[in-house]
Design a protein around this ligand. Structure first.
Ligand code: MIG
Length: 739
């Protein structure tokens, strides 16, 4: 047992058994700084007592004792749990936000048709936060083999981590608050990549759009119906018999034209890419794979073959640099040659039809690491998608793009390369709530660019023997959009064989409601984009459970049917059929975004007619929103608060942001000048302030300004009272609202 510090953030306990050779972690991006000695160590806020097989840690008011033991093939770590502790994290789990009293498995799995409690799903992140009213402390068992984590399910006062590996780097991460643990975990495993700005707009998919003309038709329908849409996905039917990096020439006679036409209509094209390389000596990708030794082998040195979409398939061996470079080259060529804008990685658990649970598991399949050593698949399983995403990301960089990669599977650190969606969810009300719980867990585990298939993917009812039942109602689709518009990834997608699910598929009334919700989404992009930048620079999630913002409010410890977008907006979505919901609001004062009504801490019954999700703004909110071209709106609630607006051209691979500082204090709002502005940085500002009554006057830089007729266009300083107070001003000004 070797114990070291990672800066001041984390303690690392490394175990290597039976003289086995140490494998580098693909998850962790920071190296240890100081090594600790046996006995007592004091380092900054840390007190650590190390013995041969246990360790006592005390840091920022939290204490934990870890005991290490070993069986033949396992490393077991036990720690103490307090009666009032709650547990967050663990990545993608179909469980409540508070994971206490559950037992989970870390093993990336193709989980089609999963339900509440199904475990495991596609992504494995063996990281969790133990929290109570004193604060939080993090645990991260960094092994890519199968791990079982029991959280007070056997003994109420104990958690157990069972690692099926010969090596383990176990990290203890300090708080003090749960949010500090999350940010330090992101520091450890890498900052989320900055996606292109268009990735924040609506995206449309189905399994599958073809032929080529149908794709253009879909794009045009969005335009005609006044619906914002940034991208269309091509699912597996675009390929020539599922050979990756090829086209079915009957369905897609001219893919370059398709991309060109899409681009002319302002829409990006994203193709799915599976990890299956069809075993076919006549297929170029297969030949390159064999010649370069880029494919996974069996332990006897023969090619390992699994059943995938193309039938007999080989799996690229992403665990070594040579394969990753080869793959990056394939992606680069694909993207450049056909004008593809982003890559969708599916089946990367990896899935295989001829393995149990549709998922590769084998001590026979081996992978080659950078140092040439061969390791059985089972020790590396959970990292397959992470390495694949790494290579795909590099390919997009080589093609000169700011990468957009969407991955189904992943491991700790996947946020450095990809967005994640929650796989094959189901179109029913159970999932409307479950998806939220899953996503909040991902957020608390460092994966910030996330979303679920809007409207739901699968249409079967569990217990029906897999038969298709069409369970999506117009009400459910609208309710789904109502909260999905607040998540970074907003993608409508549905299964093969299912009825149409585009926003217009349910008639004019539904279309109208979704159109308004998409307009709200477009308005929110400056806020969401700033939050993406903040996630990229500071390692903060974009969407957050209430506990993230309100750690001292015991009422929110278990709330996972409400969430925050950044520091200001609280969303309490309607998750059952009906038009009201009970909402809990934490400490402070909250403004109902739709009505302007001010509410205090506590439970409230809120009217929620279809199309109007309950949204509340905290006191001191400064939410940048998109208004008319050239005008930046700032949705404001007076009080105390600050925010930084981030912007850039949205697409260049290594941007320097333009930053606009905003502050509100009492009744004055200060808008700084842009730092590092571009010609596009708006200097016209429209403050949109929730006030209870018309002010007696408004000053800008201490000079009174006139009340004038309202318009959205840029214009001279003025104010106007409608439902909100509108103040037209410029950057570099201080606005005071005088009662
Ligand atoms: O076995 O590519 O989760 O989004 O449409 C199904 C076809 C394979 C699973 C993905 C889904 C995608 C589908 N894929």
């Amino acid at each position: 047992m070797k114990v070291s510090m990672i800066n001041d953030d984390a303690l690392r306990i490394s175990v290597i058994r039976n003289g086995s050779k140490y494998r580098e972690s693909p998850a962790v991006v920071v190296k240890p700084s100081v090594e600790l000695v046996k006995g007592e160590n004091r380092l900054g806020p840390w007190f650590v007592d190390v013995t041969d097989d246990s360790i006592d840690v005390s840091v920022n008011n939290m204490k934990v004792t870890l005991r290490f033991s070993y069986s033949n093939d396992q490393i077991i770590v036990r720690g103490n749990l307090g009666l009032n502790d709650v547990v967050y994290g663990l990545g993608e789990k179909a469980l409540p936000l508070n994971r206490k009293r559950f037992r989970v498995t870390m093993w990336n799995t193709d989980a089609y048709g999963y339900r509440y409690g199904s475990d495991p799903l596609y992504v494995s992140i063996p990281f969790f936060i133990v929290a109570n009213k004193n604060g939080g402390i993090g645990h991260f068992a960094d092994s890519t083999a199968k791990i079982i984590i029991v959280l007070g399910a056997l003994l109420e006062n104990e958690f157990t981590v069972i690692v099926n590996d010969y090596q383990l780097d176990y990290y203890v991460i300090r708080g003090p608050r749960p949010r500090d643990v999350v940010t330090r975990f992101i520091n450890l495993t890498g900052k989320p990549t900055l996606m292109p700005k268009w990735a924040l707009r609506h995206q449309q998919s189905r399994y599958s759009y073809y032929p080529q003309d149908r794709v253009i038709e879909v794009i045009k329908s969005f335009k005609e119906k006044g619906l914002d849409n940034a991208a269309v996905y091509l699912d597996i039917h675009y390929m020539d018999n599922y050979r990756i990096f090829t086209w079915n020439k009957d369905r897609f006679p001219n893919p370059s034209d398709l991309a060109k036409n899409a681009h002319e209509l302002g829409v990006k094209l994203i193709t799915i890419v599976d990890p299956y390389v069809k075993v076919d000596p006549g297929y170029q990708v297969f030949r390159e794979g064999i010649n370069g030794n880029y494919l996974s082998l069996d332990d006897d040195g023969g090619l390992s073959i699994v059943q995938g979409w193309p039938g007999k398939s080989a799996l690229p061996d992403f665990f070594n640099k040579e394969t990753r470079e080869w793959w990056a080259g394939l992606i680069e060529r694909w993207v450049k040659e056909y004008g593809i804008d982003g890559i969708w990685l599916d089946m990367n658990e990896p899935a295989a039809f001829d393995h149990p649970n549709h998922t590769v598991s084998s001590k026979v399949i081996t992978h080659r690491l950078d140092d040439g050593s061969r390791i059985p698949h089972d020790f590396l399983h959970n990292a397959y998608a992470l390495y694949e995403a790494m290579a795909t990301y590099d390919g997009l960089i080589k093609a000169g793009k700011r990468p957009f990669v969407l991955s189904r599977a992943g491991y700790a650190g996947i946020q450095r390369y990809a967005a994640v969606w929650t796989g094959d969810n189901t179109s029913n009300w159970e999932h409307l709530k479950l998806q939220l719980q899953i996503l909040l867990g991902l957020s608390m585990s460092g994966v910030t660019f996330i979303g679920a298939d809007v409207g739901g993917f699968a249409k079967y009812v569990p217990g029906s023997g897999g038969s298709m039942l069409f369970t999506l109602s117009p009400e459910l689709l609208v309710r789904w959009y109502e909260w999905a518009i607040f998540f970074p990834l907003l993608r409508n997608h549905t299964s093969i064989g299912s009825p149409d699910q585009e926003p217009w598929a349910f008639g004019p009334r539904t279309l109208e409601l979704i159109r308004d919700l998409l307009r709200l989404r477009v308005k929110l992009i400056p806020y969401l984009y700033s939050l993406m930048w903040i996630s990229h620079i500071e390692g903060e999630p974009i969407v957050r459970p209430l506990i993230y913002e309100y750690p001292d409010d015991e009422e929110v410890l278990n709330i996972d049917d409400e969430f925050m977008v950044g520091p200001f907006m609280l969303i309490a979505p309607v998750l059952t059929s009906g038009n009201v919901r009970e909402v809990y609001l934490p400490d402070g004062e909250w403004v109902n975004m739709w009505t302007g009504e001010v509410l205090g801490k506590g439970f409230h019954i809120i009217d929620a007619p279809l199309g109007k999700p309950p949204v509340f703004l905290r006191k001191g909110s400064l939410v940048p929103i998109q208004e008319t071209q050239g005008v930046l709106g700032i949705l404001t609630v007076l009080g105390d608060g600050e925010f930084k607006v981030y912007d850039d051209d949205g697409e260049s691979p290594t941007p320097t942001p333009s930053i606009l500082g905003l502050r509100v204090s009492g009744e004055s709002v200060t808008i700084d000048n842009w730092v590092n502005p571009t010609p596009q940085s708006p200097s016209s500002i429209l403050l949109e302030v929730y006030v209870s009554k018309e002010p007696s006057s408004v000053t800008i830089n201490d000079t009174e300004v006139a009340k004038a007729k309202f318009t959205m266009e840029p214009g001279p300083p003025s104010w106007y009272m409608d439902k909100l107070l509108y103040v037209r001003t410029m950057t570099g000004s201080r606005v005071r609202i005088i009662n």
